[in-house]
Ligand binder design. Structure first.
Ligand code: SIN
Length: 489
């Protein structure tokens, strides 16, 4: 295996009904290594007919998968977890090659993504119901849960394994079959994971994987097909809104994990060194290409100089390059369009009065899509970079004078996915938890992502939760049975 090669046997075909096949049109997608701009592999490019075949397969498998005892479903998931961990090096290499993050981070994603399999293997046997007496004592109320049915998953390129396992694992645990459409930039990880699922014992048709370059044309007919019962999407808010509209005609259950604009608030009483370390995680994990990435550094004016100085020093120490190199700590962005967007936001902020304290310009002499760790100070509150999701390694710093201003600035966004804050004042921390308009809150930490916790946002950051005890509920229908008083007859 040469330096930039995929592990031998990495699948490149569609998985439909348990069979690996080429696209019916014979078309392929060229997957590019974002660190070099070079072609990495050709992957089958699903057509509209392939999409339909994948849904047919999921529908055909639904009844038998739902009938499988929960313990058996859980054991298959457990085997998938074991195999994913056993193949961590291969999977991490594929992630780095097609997505660009450094190998150490790819290994972190494998551990994170695999944990959804283990978590939901344990949840499969805890799907509960209840039998109660009605308040007037004259009847009984039986509440039970059953799988929602065939589901469509549309996943992004930034966490090509974890975003797939976060949807597939709870679906499998609940007894749902699925069609996965991974991002066209990163289909190889999803296909390698699908091979693991087959090996773990997932029956034919239960999970189908259809990379495609024609996302709308292929998924559109599935979303309006009345056999599909659930759509789960992770990606941008504009695309999520369109999918919600498309889902309305057949009142599909939807889960939407959409954009973010996370505030990272540093109060005057914070441990500044800890806040800097947390900021590095919140900002530079995944090179900033995460919906939970800190998008706005809101720093109390009394500690702003110290925080900025220390953050700049630490961000300047990152080594950017090809994620396969052991010394590299930050990789490229995914593609030229993403780099152009990041660079445009920075240039615009500067024209609005911000100062570049670190980075701020893409290297001219590299083939990959690199953009350096960048810190902007003196960013005016109206700058577009504070209202748009940056999705890159840029930290704009804004100062505030007191807690109420910090909360006002933090909530001044249509997004509400996650907020982070550093403070040693317990009452303040609790006030923030109650007042910040967010689905998740990181208190004295720059990382909230955890398979055992409900991940998701409020406002235009989405609908529903993934992970935690809540994650499986997204794949269950609630059925209530009213029963006449059995003691009366
Ligand atoms: C995302 O960026 O979409 C997910 C990030 C995470 O799970 O931490």
């Amino acid at each position: 295996m040469s330096a930039a090669q995929l592990p031998e046997g990495t699948p490149t075909q569609l998985l439909i009904g348990g069979e690996w096949r080429d696209a019916s049109s014979g078309s392929t997608i060229t997957v590019v290594n974002p660190a070099t701009g070079a072609a990495l592999a050709s992957v089958a490019d699903a057509s509209v007919a392939d999409g339909a075949a994948a849904l047919d397969a999921a529908v055909a498998a639904q009844e038998s998968w739902a009938a499988k005892p929960p313990r058996e479903r859980g054991e298959i998931l457990r085997r998938a977890w074991e195999l994913t961990i056993a193949r961590r090096d291969e999977l991490a290499r594929i992630i780095t090659l097609e997505m660009g993050k450094p190998l150490a981070e790819s290994l972190g994603e494998v551990a994170y993504g695999a944990e959804f399999l283990r978590w939901f293997s344990e949840e499969a046997v805890r799907i509960d119901g209840r039998y109660t007496l009605s308040p007037d004592g004259r009847s009984r109320l039986l509440v039970l849960h059953r799988p929602v049915g065939p589901s469509l998953f549309i996943t992004p390129w930034n966490f090509p394994l974890a975003m797939a396992t976060r949807k597939i694992a709870p679906a499998l645990a609940a007894g749902c079959t699925s069609v996965l459409k991974p991002a066209s930039q990163t289909p190889l990880t999803a296909l390698a994971f699908a091979a693991i699922l087959l090996e773990a014992g997932v029956p034919a048709g239960v999970v189908n994987v259809i990379p495609t370059s024609q996302a709308g044309a292929v998924t559109g007919p599935l979303i309006t097909d009345d056999r599909l019962r659930k759509l789960s999407f992770t990606g941008s808010t504009p695309t999520g809104k369109r999918l919600i509209r498309d889902s309305a005609d057949q009142v599909l259950r939807v889960s939407m994990e959409l954009g973010g604009n996370a505030p990272f608030i540093v109060f005057e009483d914070a441990d500044v060194d800890a806040a800097v370390e947390g900021a590095l995680v919140a900002k530079l994990r995944n090179g900033g290409e995460a919906c939970v990435a800190a998008n706005r550094m809101l720093v109390h004016e009394r500690v702003a100089e110290e925080f900025s100085r220390k953050l700049i020093a630490r961000m300047a120490g990152y080594v950017q390059g090809d994620g396969l190199d052991a010394e590299v700590t930050i990789g490229p962005l995914i593609d030229e369009a993403t780099r152009a967007k990041v660079s445009g936001l920075v240039d615009e902020a500067v024209s609005e009065g911000a100062t570049i304290a670190l980075g701020g310009a893409a290297p001219a002499d590299t083939a990959g899509y690199f953009y350096p760790p960048t810190v902007l100070t003196g960013v005016p509150q109206h700058a577009r970079i504070l209202s748009e999701e940056i999705f890159g390694p840029v930290a704009p710093i804004v100062t505030f004078a007191d807690e109420s201003e910090a909360i006002r600035l933090a909530n001044a966004s249509e997004y509400g996915l996650v907020a982070f804050a550093y403070t040693r004042d317990l009452n303040r921390a609790l006030r923030l938890a109650e007042r910040l308009e967010t689905g998740m809150f990181g208190l004295n930490t720059g990382l909230v992502s955890n398979p055992a916790a409900p991940f998701g946002g409020v406002k235009q950051s989405g609908l529903g939760r993934e992970g935690g005890a809540e994650g499986i509920c997204e794949f269950l229908e609630t059925v209530y049975v009213g029963i006449a008083d059995p003691l009366a007859s």
